[in-house]
Ligand binder design. Structure first.
Ligand SMILES: *Cc1c(COP(=O)(O)O)cnc(C)c1O
Length: 388
């Protein structure tokens, strides 16, 4: 069965993991620090904090920015649940903003409308979590302008898009956003099995998130010189650390990130070219000033117009050994958000997108045979549609 995403581990990655298992320390050693230094260099941020998951990264960002029940956080409905649940983890309020119809990340105009709507009620937005959807950077210049205009915090949920560029800059994420979350889950660009990180140029976010990562424990260097046993629990914290085995794998994988993204771009190009004469399928659109890292390859079909259904499509692909996926069900459809009043007319793009979208397999280790299988199935789909 071919799935939409999969890890790419080679013999060197495996050897590096085995080596790290034989080290003196298998957690809280030097490897997480080494991985953080590599992340900082690669993505041009002042600070990097390794964590146990991308969700832990988003939670730590909220905690570090002192979000409380007073704060209102916005995100788009077309993202993974963690982009929204991080607000609930700090007891803050969450609300949604519609997506751009072409790139499916948050629409900056819809964001400004929402900010104004809240201002009419004398309420201020604290922060906005923006997912660079599928691997393509969102409209960061526009979001940065709104950040300055309305004094809002920007979080880049960069789990899909690290390795992409915006205005030729691979370090764009921490340049425009106050804090950036990364995930190293096996379906993402690189993996540490489970794992994540924060990138930031903000010293306070860096300091705070290190505290929340490790039980709220503060170690004063001067003090521990004299009293080596001493430490102080400053605040409620968690165990969100990445261990040395994960970090060793992360270092090994980060060395291969560019190679992975080149491969994904090639696969996207193959699909793009192949789909040129499929007028019933809408291909990914790339906006100017940015490159796409193709974490996902999302296609759209107007099923209503075609009198065909998404369930049938999924079954049709399954028969060829391909598991399609949907990224994502609009978050406001989930039970957890049933109390939030959603004016569906304000979310035409998200609702329409969800009706039409599906993701086909794209991952750096995909075999030629597997790409051919996807193409062949798409071709058979076209025949089936036109024969009707
Ligand atoms: C994967 C992902 C996360 C969460 O990452 P985990 O490491 O699985 O916790 C958050 N946001 C987005 C957009 C993601 O794709």
């Amino acid at each position: 069965m071919i799935y939409y995403g999969k890890q790419n581990l080679n013999n060197l990655d495996i050897a590096n993991v085995i080596k790290s298992l034989k080290a003196e320390k298998i957690t809280q050693g030097e490897k997480p620090l080494e991985f953080e230094n590599k992340l900082k260099t690669k993505f041009k941020s002042k600070y990097a904090i390794s964590l146990s998951s991308g969700t832990a990264a988003l939670h730590c960002i909220g905690l570090s920015l002192n979000w409380t029940e007073e704060d209102i956080i916005l995100t788009s409905p077309i993202t993974f649940i963690a982009s929204a649940s991080c607000a609930l983890m700090t007891n803050s309020k969450i609300d949604f903003v519609d997506i751009d119809k072409d790139i499916f990340s948050m629409d900056p105009n819809a964001l400004e409308d929402k900010i104004k709507l809240y201002r009419k009620k004398n309420k201020k937005i604290t922060a906005v979590v923006i997912t660079d959807f599928a691997g393509q950077p969102a409209d960061w210049l526009d979001f940065y302008y709104l950040k300055k205009k309305y004094d809002i915090q920007l979080i880049n949920d960069n789990c899909h898009s690290y390795g992409a560029t915006y205005k030729d800059d691979i370090g764009y994420a921490s340049k425009y956003a106050d804090a950036v979350s990364l995930s190293f889950h096996p379906v993402k660009h690189i993996t540490t099995i489970e794992g994540g990180a924060i990138l930031t140029n903000n010293y306070q976010i860096y300091k705070n998130s290190k505290l929340f990562r490790s039980h709220g424990i503060d170690r004063n260097v001067q003090l521990t010189k004299r009293y080596p046993w001493k430490y102080n629990v400053k605040t409620l914290g968690y165990n969100y650390r990445m261990n040395d085995i994960q970090a060793a794998l992360g270092i090994s994988q980060l060395n291969r990130l560019d190679e992975f993204i080149v491969k994904k771009k090639k696969i996207a190009k193959i699909y793009d070219n192949f789909l040129n004469d499929f007028e019933f399928i809408k291909k990914p659109i790339l906006k100017t000033n940015r490159t796409h890292s193709y974490h996902l390859y999302v296609l759209k079909i107007n099923f209503d117009r075609l009198k065909y259904s998404k369930s049938k499509l999924f079954k049709f692909f399954k028969l060829s050994g391909i598991t399609l996926q949907v990224h994502y069900i609009p978050l406001f459809y989930h039970q957890i958000f049933k109390k939030i009043k959603i004016d569906k007319e304000k979310f035409v793009n998200s609702v329409q997108y969800y009706k039409e979208c599906f993701s086909v397999p794209i991952f750096s280790g995909i075999k030629k045979k597997e790409i051919s299988k996807v193409k062949e199935t798409l071709f058979n789909l076209k025949k089936k549609i036109y024969e009707k």
